[in-house]
Design a protein around this ligand. Structure first.
Ligand code: BGC
Length: 248
């Protein structure tokens, strides 16, 4: 069964058909830069362009980098504020002409890692983290997702944790990998105090550079890098729309 997965990020909107049996992309990805400003109509137009690029007629799963409560976007930490209150499902169904499911980007990445990547066959409490422009989080208990956890906004030293420890902050503040890793470690200890996880999965763009920072991280829980790298969002988005898909 194939579903078109679309991953909406701060700089690019990427899509590919996904084979849900294997969790693999069923064709090459296509990427279109995120419009600036990233307002709802402009982003929805790009989502429509991607559906047309793939000549897609079936189900589509789509990530969004904010709280997505059922179909409605409730926050806008790293996208245009005009998204707040928007029914993203109706909007994307209009520009694609296809049935659509929308979910938080970290939740999507977590679903993919749990099914096909670093979280496969892992039970207990697993926390997936994505380090990028912000910090995205997804919590799984015995494999079940608690959606929209938004733990990147937990206070750390008086500010949102993502303003101290996102990957973007390392670049902006020109921190060494070690300096940044110490911030991440402090954040992981905070999460550990509240949730006592068995496993942390570290994802986002930085998972490709794991050897530069993982050696500096130590927690009671095991820490592993994400395995699906750039593709986790697309794969998890597609997985979320499985009930909308017709069998092959
Ligand atoms: C948003 C989350 C999102 C994360 C990663 C945060 O700023 O609040 O919803 O998952 O960034 O994109």
């Amino acid at each position: 069964m194939k579903v078109l997965g679309i991953d909406i990020g701060g700089s690019g909107i990427k899509g590919a058909p996904v084979d849900l049996a294997t969790g693999e992309l069923a064709g090459p990805r296509h990427r279109i830069p995120t419009p600036d400003p990233s307002e709802p109509e402009a982003v929805a137009e790009v989502v429509g362009q991607l559906a047309r690029h793939f000549e897609w007629r079936g189900a589509i799963g789509c990530t969004f980098p904010a709280i997505v409560h059922h179909r409605t976007v409730l926050t806008a930490a790293n996208v245009d504020d005009s998204w707040i209150g928007v029914d993203a499902v109706t909007l994307f169904e209009r520009t694609t002409g296809c049935p659509v499911r929308v979910l938080n980007d970290a939740d999507a990445a977590g679903l993919a890692e749990m099914a096909f990547g670093a979280g496969k066959r892992r039970d207990g409490v697993v926390i997936m983290l994505t380090f990028g422009t912000g910090i995205g989080t997804a919590i799984f208990v015995e494999g079940n997702l608690l959606p929209n956890t938004e733990l990147g906004h937990l206070p750390l030293r008086g500010r949102d944790a993502e303003l101290r420890a996102a990957a973007r902050i390392r670049e902006e503040q020109k921190l060494s990998w070690k300096q940044w890793a110490k911030r991440v470690e402090e954040y992981l200890h905070l999460l550990e105090f509240f949730f006592s996880p068995d496993l942390f999965i570290i994802g986002g763009g930085v998972s490709k550079k794991q050897h530069k920072f993982l050696p500096y991280l130590s927690t009671r829980a095991e820490i592993v890098p994400a395995q699906l790298l750039n593709e986790a969002g697309i794969i998890g988005a597609a997985m979320s729309a499985i009930e909308l898909a017709a069998p092959d």
